[in-house]
Design a protein around this ligand. Structure first.
Ligand SMILES: Cc1ncc(COP(=O)(O)O)c(C=O)c1O
Length: 421
């Protein structure tokens, strides 16, 4: 931070002064605008970010908790859920769903719904089976909702090991999980086979398409991807898709959809058990921001189908250049065979190169930011429209660093996500 504010002032300060301080505070943050941050931010360009700011501003005070007071928020939410559902096969299956605050909350909701469905079947502590590549939010959900999460292994291609899933199923199991794609390696789990297992054992199957849900439909349409992953796959009971990732919406919007309305009902919380009157909600929060809903709606209308198709094509091409370019650098490999535009870079099998030291040097050299993964040590890259143009300069810097890094070791084995005080 380039300024020191240590106390809440007695007298308020001018709007100009506080905004100046905020601008100064941001100066130490990663500069994502040039596309050098390969995770955390998704960008479809400055015009879309300006649209976000205006839409967020229009709804900065409204409260998304109450759509009777603010019916427009209900209508915008309804559109967002409907458009996402149509992209993921929900029109054909008659899916229903809700907006949530993000991928984590969509997964929390899916697990909470499964827990309640399990309890309705008489299973007091239901079990959910997910690969070790499935998102950390499943572990968070299991802790929050008293569910047993069984993590199973992945195969050589980093996709869930179906034999391990089958072996883990028992009388307490309520739900299987597949990712489309996984965050760590960008591969799509075999959803069709998971669906068959789910049907054979009368289980729920959640597809975590938080990362891919707004991109895969366009890649499938263009013929780049053919693996089935959505609500149309027999056995899939729910799916999550984040608008604030490849939907290029402002942060705070995801969709969770259920093929069965009775299942979806478990997400609805209703009570009159207090003195404040009838209270209903479908999300974790009570009062919730309406700005992200408005910004997501504006973004999807602004980009339209043709905009998403164009961005998907650019991103796909950039990701293939990146995969080929990394594979051509001596000492490095891409893990598995990424199905989408997300990948992990590791040292060659048996190689001694420390990829975390490579990340340190890349940060110094060009301000590149890459998340660090383990088992095996790898660097994460999500290619989005805003980072597509940075792929070629990245490959130049990467090759230069790898050719001179030698035995250098990094002291930093993880990039901490949550940093409070
Ligand atoms: C596959 C997958 N699922 C869930 C999430 C969680 O999403 P969020 O960070 O929006 O809570 C992510 C985030 O990257 C993800 O990649």
């Amino acid at each position: 931070m380039r300024f020191e504010v240590t106390e809440l002032p007695e007298e308020g300060r001018s709007t100009e002064a506080v905004l100046e301080d905020l601008a100064a505070a941001k100066s130490d943050d990663r500069d994502w605008r040039g596309g050098r941050v390969f995770s955390l931010v998704y960008s479809a360009g400055d015009e879309v970010h300006e649209l976000h700011a205006k839409a967020l501003g229009l709804y900065s005070a409204e409260n998304g908790l109450n759509v009777l007071a603010f019916p427009s928020i209900g209508r915008l939410s309804h559109d967002l859920v409907g458009w996402t559902s149509a992209l993921l096969g929900g029109d054909e299956t008659g899916a229903t769903g809700y907006l949530t605050s993000g991928g984590t909350e969509s997964l929390l909701q899916a697990v909470k719904v499964a827990r309640d469905a399990g309890r309705a079947r008489g299973i007091e502590r239901p079990k959910v089976i997910a690969a070790r590549s499935a998102h950390a939010a499943f572990t968070k959900a299991a802790e929050l909702f008293d569910v047993d999460l069984v993590r199973v292994g992945v195969d050589d291609g980093f996709r869930v090991d179906l034999a391990e899933v089958a072996a883990a199923i028992d009388d307490s199991t309520i739900m299987l999980v597949g990712s489309a794609p996984t965050y760590p390696h960008g591969v799509i789990d075999p959803i069709t086979e998971l669906g068959s297992l789910a049907l054979a054992h009368d289980l729920l199957l959640h597809v975590d398409s938080c990362l891919g849900g707004l991109l895969l439909p366009w890649l499938v349409e263009a013929g780049h991807v053919s693996t089935p992953y959505d609500l149309r796959v027999p056995g899939v009971t729910s799916i999550s898709a984040d608008l604030h990732k490849y939907g290029y919406a402002s942060k705070g919007v995801s969709v969770v959809l259920y093929n069965d309305a009775a299942l979806a009902r478990h997400q609805l919380f209703v009570t009159t058990d207090w003195m404040g009157g009838f209270y209903a909600s479908t999300v974790m929060a009570g009062t919730r921001p309406a700005g992200p809903v408005a910004a997501a709606w504006a973004t999807m209308q602004h980009l339209g189908r043709s905009g998403y198709r164009r961005l998907a094509e650019e991103t796909w091409a950039a990701a293939r250049r990146l995969i080929d370019g990394v594979s051509a650098i001596d000492g490095l490999r891409v893990l598995g065979d990424p199905d989408m535009t997300v990948l992990a870079i590791a040292a060659d099998d048996g190689g001694t190169l420390d990829v975390f030291a490579v990340a340190d040097r890349l940060a110094e050299l060009g301000g590149w930011y890459l998340d660090r993964q383990t088992d095996p040590d790898a660097l994460h890259l999500t290619v989005h429209a805003g980072s597509a143009a940075a792929v070629d300069p990245f490959l130049v810097d990467l090759a230069a660093v790898v050719s001179t890094i030698g035995d250098e070791r990094s002291a930093n084995r993880s990039a901490p996500y949550a940093t409070d005080r």
